[in-house]
Design a protein around this ligand. Structure first.
Ligand code: NAP
Length: 251
């Protein structure tokens, strides 16, 4: 599975799963446009420097994916510097825990704005480029939380279910144009966000017991499946959702 110098945009790439995806794509020969919010400038530069050690071109651009003007400017800047975009990984996301009864309105709004609308805005910005070259790979990071979910994550679950529904219809719209669109649903992955699900040893052990592979996932576990959806090995795969969870959700 090789990137062959194709150019991939990864959002939320400064740390966690996004960083692992970026480095996984870099090792497979992709050139990279790495995104995060401006507040993560230092960590994004560190990720970009690490990715460059694998030999490809790497640029770092700031944008809040929930802001249409910033997303449009980021994509225009990426094309100006790199020439085009072949693949997009919509990874940026947030989790703010609350039960439904007490959930502040701004928790709902911010989680939906970044996880769901952010995915839509980035796809909308890159589609003209992908259409013009009759080629594109779109990989949206959803979550097993969007299928089953857990208490205090109803708004997060709704946002991730939205990403899956969006991707299924997108795949139908863009399939004839040489563009694929698929989802990855990570399970319980040890990142800053994942720690919300792993606060104490008893919770960690309970998740391990629910997992066929009997361990918590690492960010690197997500990188290979994402690279598959970004590559030509998945040329005839679209509209799909792949659980990358060590066997929590079995289908
Ligand atoms: P993370 O460690 O919190 O990293 C997420 C990254 O996205 C951070 O760098 C974050 O920046 C950035 N980001 C947040 N809002 C953004 C915005 N508006 N525009 C651009 N970038 C933004 O989370 P993670 O665990 O790696 O999660 C990555 C993705 O996987 C998310 O979509 C998440 O929902 C999904 N996921 C994670 C798990 C898990 O167990 N970890 C499971 C299933 C799905 P800040 O740090 O400044 O906010």
């Amino acid at each position: 599975m090789s990137g062959n110098g194709r150019i991939a945009l990864v959002t939320g790439a400064s740390r966690g799963i996004g960083k692992a995806i970026a480095l996984g794509l870099a090792t497979r020969g992709f050139d990279l446009v790495l995104n995060d919010i401006a507040a993560q400038a230092a960590t994004l530069q560190e990720t970009a420097a690490e990715a460059r050690t694998h030999g490809g071109r790497v640029i770092a651009l700031h944008a809040d994916v929930s802001n249409k003007a910033q997303v449009q400017a980021m994509v225009a800047d990426a094309v100006a510097q790199m020439g085009t975009i072949h693949a997009v990984v919509n990874n940026a996301g947030i989790l703010r825990a609350s039960d439904v009864e007490n959930c502040p309105e701004d928790y709902w709004d911010s989680v939906m704005a970044i996880n769901a609308k952010g995915t839509f805005l980035v796809v909308q910005a890159v589609l003209p480029i992908m259409k013009a070259q009759s080629y594109g790979r779109i990989c949206n990071i959803s979550s097993i939380g969007g299928k089953h979910g857990a208490p205090e994550q109803a708004h997060y679950s709704a946002s991730k279910a939205a990403v899956m529904g969006f991707t299924r219809v997108l795949a139908q719209e863009v399939g004839p144009l040489g563009i694929t669109a698929n989802c990855i649903c990570p399970g319980i992955i040890l990142t800053d966000m994942g720690r919300v699900n792993l606060e104490d040893a008893a919770i960690r052990d309970a998740w391990k017991a629910k997992t066929a592979m009997a361990r918590i996932g690492a960010p690197e576990d997500v990188a290979g499946p994402v690279a598959f959806f970004c590559s030509d090995d998945s040329a005839f795969v679209t509209g799909q959702t792949l659980n990358v969870d060590g066997g929590i959700v079995l289908s």
